[in-house]
Design a binder for this molecule. Sequence first.
Ligand code: HEC
Length: 185
Amino acid sequence: MRRTFVVSDVEDMLLRKTLLMAAALIVAASGGIAFAEDAIDPAAVKSEDGKYLDKEGNPTFKVAADGTVDWYTYSGYRRYHSECHVCHGPDGMGSTYAPALTDSLKSMSYGAFLEVVASGRKNVNTAQENVMPAFGDNPNVSCYMDDIYVYLRARANNAVGRVRPAKKEDKPDAYTQAEKSCMGK
Ligand code: HEC
């Protein structure tokens, strides 16, 4: 009698646990989807001097039907591979040292991205003593934040593949001006 009681007790607990886990999964899943729609819909709704913006006004990519990418995506590809690739792996795929930015940018906001890249970080997403350097004072990165962000956002949304984009829009005049003054030339 006592034994039967214990067994059904355990079964009850297991059932409750399973239901709780199922509920938690549903909440997490719907929360995730809502967040993706509200905060990170990457669709370009307008363009200012060759820079595309999403509905929140954050920089985003634009890839035409024939594969032509906006200037920022192309430039970001190059900047990423000169400054970030050594730790984060080719094409944002990650390495044993640093996380895959193609995953990070699926949920990371523009503001959070700028913050981490400018100020650096340690021991948040990696267990070891791996360090994300601060690039705020490095003009080869700080003058190209939007380029790198837009490229990685395009990668995270599977808008561009693991290759150098073959066709690109022309470099916008306003971009050339801004680049010169940022680089102090
Ligand atoms: C010296 C190696 C190194 C270089 C170079 C580097 N990173 Fe990192 N980065 C890291 C490490 C390690 C982390 C994880 C830090 C932690 O523990 O949270 C990281 C984290 C990040 C994160 C947060 C990811 C997440 O999921 O939270 C972003 C964004 C990022 N790096 C962007 C960049 C960009 C953009 C560049 C190039 C301008 C770059 N990193 C260059 C090592 C590097």
